[in-house]
Design a protein around this ligand. Structure first.
Ligand SMILES: *Cc1c(COP(=O)(O)O)cnc(C)c1O
Length: 473
């Protein structure tokens, strides 16, 4: 399997090469030349597999350059019971909805599912090439901690993670800063998240500095993350269909509701569906930053500026420009790089593009429908789910539950992806149901642990010096 750019330029690459390189050379995103197909018999043959074995089977269709034994070893190491006490449990909320538990990992958010595999795969690919990688990123919370917990202690990889000083929750700070591993560098910048991101862009844009320091990224456009996320769509379908009579399984459809920010998680669902998994609807749920809901309802994509982005109580979905949408549009325009480039040229020139003529295809052909959930919706949903089932869901998952309700169809199970645990967002839980979420002893220890962080001014030169002194070579 080879990977090519959505923009049509550059050369094709293997999975491992794509993993180490990030963006394609022409500024596009790496996509599989042709998506693998999974026939009903293959799907059925996967039913008895445990999660790591299923991951090796699904990822084996993408990472054809990694020998099957090696891939199985990487998946076993990524999905251990130390890291994930349970792996993707399905829990019914009521007669209509079922939660898919993706937040059992070390940072209590779904990003662990893909990031832990990425950490293993990166180390493996670097061993093969003999190279090193210094991951440079900016975070407002979830991504940075998932990356650090996946890369801590790994050989040949180090992490430089910028975060806005004093703007993360105590819980998020503790999750990152309590790590004492030598290869993890927490840098608290005197500024806001956009300042952190600008610093990363400046350094990554300096190609000489980037090459000299082997800088890389593990952001949401990373192909290993997208493919690793597809695995749990297969897993959830298999578990939802376990109870279905064996001669009715082949046509058995489920729908998924996905709390969405950068269009990463739901893109993995789109790929699983395109590979042949019987998915009826992919329900895209946004918060008040609903640029994607707007696109899927109208066909007009108009990203917004940082200043137009609201700070909401589901903060990991506060985005106004969805970096992975380009991969979906590529499929929508028949994988035609010329049409894709024309749309992005229009976007650059006018701030928007208009695909309203294609809008009916979003649902009819790709199964994608959408909706927006607000702060009041989140509170009401957290309360309603708690009353109905005793279960406390986090605000992002609540957005998914809220929007899912509008798209439930008789006879089609609606599986809502649980993207975080409520412990991470205790303030909103308190506001919704008046309860303090309980913390496990391990989490209380983490909050009290000594912290390791370097404070820097919002200054490119200072960051260059710091990286120069600490980068692996
Ligand atoms: C990252 C994140 C999301 C959004 O996921 P995307 O892949 O960017 O769409 C939703 N919920 C939580 C808790 C997250 O951390």
């Amino acid at each position: 399997m080879q990977y090519i750019s959505t923009r049509g330029g550059g050369t094709s690459r293997t999975y491992s090469e794509t993993l180490l390189r990030g963006l394609a050379d022409d500024g596009g995103l790496a996509v599989p030349q042709e998506l693998p197909r999974v026939e009903a018999e293959t799907l059925e043959s996967w039913r008895a597999l445990d999660y790591p074995a299923l991951a090796a089977a699904v990822l084996g269709l993408f990472a054809t350059d990694i020998p099957a034994d090696d891939l199985a070893r990487l998946c076993t190491a990524a999905y251990t019971s130390d890291l994930f006490p349970t792996l993707v449990p399905l829990r019914p909320v009521d007669g209509d909805l079922t939660l898919v538990g993706l937040s059992e990992g070390p940072t209590l958010a779904f990003k662990d599912m893909a990031m832990q595999f990425l950490g293993q795969a990166l180390e493996y690919a670097l061993e093969k090439t003999g190279g090193v990688l210094n991951v440079l990123g900016a975070t407002s919370g979830d991504t940075g901690s998932a990356a650090e917990h996946a890369l801590r202690g790994k050989d040949r990889v180090s992490v430089f993670m910028l975060s806005p000083q004093g703007r993360m929750s105590p819980f998020q700070r503790a999750q990152m800063f309590s790590l004492q591993d030598d290869n993890v560098h927490n840098i608290a910048v005197a500024g806001v998240f956009d300042d952190c991101q600008n610093l990363v862009k400046q350094l990554a844009g300096d190609l000489a500095f980037k090459a000299e320091h082997s800088l890389g990224a593990v952001n949401s456009i990373n192909l290993a993350r997208i493919t690793a996320q597809s695995v749990y769509y297969f897993w959830a379908w298999l578990r939802a269909s376990d109870a279905v009579a064996s001669d009715e399984r082949a046509g058995f459809e489920v729908s998924f509701s996905v709390p969405t920010g950068n269009f990463g998680n739901i893109l993995s669902g789109h790929y699983a569906r395109a590979m042949g998994l019987p998915i009826r609807r992919l329900v895209l749920a946004t918060n008040e930053n609903n640029v994607l809901d707007e696109f899927f309802r109208t066909g007009v994509y108009r990203p917004r500026s940082a200043a137009q982005t609201h700070a909401t109580s589901s903060p990991s979905m506060d985005i106004s420009k969805a970096s992975n949408l380009e991969r979906f549009i590529y499929d929508l325009v028949g994988q035609d790089p010329e049409r894709l480039r024309a749309l992005w040229a229009e976007l650059d020139a006018t701030g928007a593009f208009d695909l309203s003529a294609e809008q009916p295809r979003f649902a009819d052909e790709f199964g994608i429908v959408s909706g927006t959930s607000t702060h009041a919706d989140r509170l009401a949903t957290i309360r309603a789910v708690h009353e109905a089932s005793g279960e406390i869901i986090d605000p992002h998952t609540a957005d998914g539950v809220r929007v899912a309700r509008d798209h439930v169809e008789a006879g089609v199970p609606m599986l809502v992806l649980e993207t975080a645990k409520p412990q991470k967002f205790a303030e909103t839980i308190l506001e919704a149901i008046g309860l303090e979420v309980e913390l496990s002893p391990a989490l209380r220890d983490m909050l009290d642990a000594p912290q390791r962080v370097t404070e820097l001014e919002d200054d490119e030169a200072a960051l260059r010096t710091f990286i120069d002194e600490h980068a692996l070579r």
